[in-house]
Write a protein that binds this ligand. Structure first.
Ligand code: NAG
Ligand code: NAG
Length: 227
């Protein structure tokens, strides 16, 4: 029965399939020394490769190292460092099963994104006088500045350009025309009541002083004449 040729062919095919499968290794295995060893899970690494009847020996990643996926690595990978020089800060701390995730510092945007992570960030641009902020900068995009149209102005920090004040339409006089960064300057057409009062007081004071000087002089003259 065991010498049945069909059985032998079947056995040979089975063995060939097995060898082929083994050469490729399973998805949860890695190849080492012509052998397929079970992988270590994320957060772990290989301490000793499998051999014969012994399975892979795994140990956890320690001291700022990690493995994010099942692996056959004999060393864990070093955690990324969120460098302030690259204008980054930690968004998510590194732990044995995942690398650190860095994000731009506040007021910065990512120049080199890498999935969820950022490798390098840069400060948001500031708009110049004569420009308005069309779009405020985010963690992923820079500030978008656009020039003000004629007859409007912005000092660079407005989110839209304002119309120049029309002094004449407010019953005032234009002192300086508006520019793309500054509003026009107006002056009141009529003299203010405050100005009138101040001026009157000034005149009265001057009159009083003159009278007093005149009076003193006259007195002195009288005394001189008297002597
Ligand atoms: C402002 O930004 C939007 C969107 O980015 C753009 O479509 C628009 O043209 C910008 N405005 C001006 C005046 O450039
Ligand atoms: C622009 O004007 C606003 C208020 O009008 C002021 O708070 C701001 O400091 C000004 N910015 C610059 C850059 O001058």
């Amino acid at each position: 029965m065991q010498c049945d040729p069909i059985f032998i062919i079947w056995l040979a095919l089975f063995k060939l399939t097995f060898i082929l499968l083994c050469r490729a290794c399973g998805s949860a295995e890695y190849k080492i020394n012509e052998e397929c060893c079970p992988m270590c899970s994320a957060g772990h690494r290989v301490y000793r490769h499998c051999s014969g009847d012994f399975s892979t020996t795994c140990v956890p990643c320690v001291k700022s190292t990690y493995t994010a996926v099942p692996n056959g690595l004999t060393m864990c990978l070093p955690c990324s460092f969120c460098d302030e020089g690259s204008r980054l800060r930690i968004k998510q701390k590194c732990h044995s099963a995942a690398d650190a995730i860095c994000e731009p510092l506040p007021g910065h945007y990512c120049m080199e994104p890498d999935g969820q992570n950022c490798r390098k960030a840069m400060k948001h641009s500031t708009c110049l006088p004569g420009q308005y902020i069309n779009q405020t900068g985010t963690a992923f995009t820079d500030t978008v500045c656009n020039d003000c149209a004629k007859g409007t102005y912005s000092n660079g920090s407005f989110t839209f350009c304002r119309m120049h004040t029309k002094c004449e339409s407010m019953g005032k006089v234009t002192v300086a025309l508006g520019t793309n960064s500054e509003d026009s300057e107006c002056r009141e057409r009529h003299v203010k009541i405050f100005t009138i009062i101040s001026f009157s007081l000034f005149v009265l004071l001057l009159l009083g002083l003159t009278l007093r000087i005149f009076y003193v002089k006259k007195n002195k003259q009288k005394q001189t004449n008297g002597l």
